[in-house]
Design a protein around this ligand. Structure first.
Ligand SMILES: Nc1ncnc2c1ncn2[C@@H]1O[C@H](COP(=O)(O)OP(=O)(O)O)[C@@H](O)[C@H]1O
Ligand SMILES: [Mg+2]
Length: 268
């Protein structure tokens, strides 16, 4: 399938036949006068896991934050280009950013549960959305914790502080918190880099578990992780997209020399 598409491929774009959840075209981002992204065009297919890889400082987090407008919070940032969620420009003036971030949820590198109990962490977004019915809250909290593969470990301690759990458990509670508001897309920025291997494996299982319902975009430093869990991989270098392809293809038979050098550990 990929081979057929290649002749139509521009330097930094891959178009696919499945439904695209997010399309981004020629995204440039400046921190003040420093251009951190030099025109990134990347599309993300519904219900796929896409990994963003590349050396530290290449713009992975910057690009990821563009997808739910987290860069809006950083002063002096200018973004050009177009990013669409299901065909609608997410930077259009009328867009409600809170609503957008509900549809495009985010999990960060450091687990960051709120300093209250597990139940309230997961129910938080639901309460904000005005849901008061206890049976609905209970059901959504339980379902989300199950999807995040943490239910069995917390079900008897739902009213203990989320901060009393291990880092790996906290991170899965954070995933459950994002899932509870039923987003369409989940962005994860190196979600396992602060975790031990067993906890990391649980997060990976969680992502594999949920991706029939969610579109997942994950920044990872860990090549094995990218190859284990992602359908597609994008390789970024110095604010440019070098290569984007099916994960197996990119890892086994990359088109670009920079990609193979990076995968072979020649830099980064
Ligand atoms: N808030 C910021 N202000 C200015 N420069 C930044 C900021 N955040 C990141 N950068 C710069 O943008 C580039 C890309 O950074 P980043 O997106 O964090 O890379 P990665 O996540 O791939 O490590 C780097 O040169 C970094 O120093
Ligand atoms: Mg980063």
């Amino acid at each position: 399938m990929v081979k057929k598409e290649r002749p139509h491929m521009e330097k930094t774009t891959i178009k696919t036949t499945t439904k695209q959840m997010i399309t981004s075209e020629d995204v440039h981002l400046y921190y003040g006068s420093f251009e951190a992204l030099h025109g990134i065009s990347l599309d993300f297919a519904e219900h796929e896991i896409t990994a963003l890889i590349g050396p530290s400082g290449c713009g992975k987090s910057t690009y990821l934050r563009c997808l739910n407008r987290m860069n809006d919070l950083i002063p002096g940032v200018t973004i050009n280009g177009s990013i669409q969620l299901e065909g609608k420009d997410i930077y259009a003036p009328k867009v409600d950013v809170v609503e957008l971030r509900k549809r495009v949820g985010m999990v960060f590198q450091q687990p960051n549960p709120f300093p209250f109990n597990v139940y309230e962490n997961v129910a938080y977004g639901l309460r904000l959305a005005g849901i008061r019915d206890k049976s609905i809250l209970d059901e959504r909290v339980e379902t989300s914790l199950k999807q995040a593969a943490i239910w069995d470990e917390v079900k008897d301690n739902l009213y203990d502080s989320a901060l009393s759990f291990s880092g790996g458990q906290q991170q899965r509670i954070c995933v459950a918190r994002v899932l509870a508001v039923q987003p369409e897309v989940i962005l994860l920025d190196e979600p396992t880099s602060a975790l031990d291997p067993i906890s990391s494996a649980k997060i990976e299982d969680t992502l594999l578990n949920i991706h029939d319902k969610y579109t997942v975009i994950i920044v990872t430093h860990n090549m094995q992780q990218a190859s284990r869990i992602s359908d597609r991989t994008a390789f970024l270098l110095n604010g440019n997209l070098v290569e984007y392809d099916k994960t197996e293809k990119l890892f086994m038979n990359p088109e670009k020399e920079e990609t193979s050098d990076y995968l072979n550990g020649k830099f980064g």
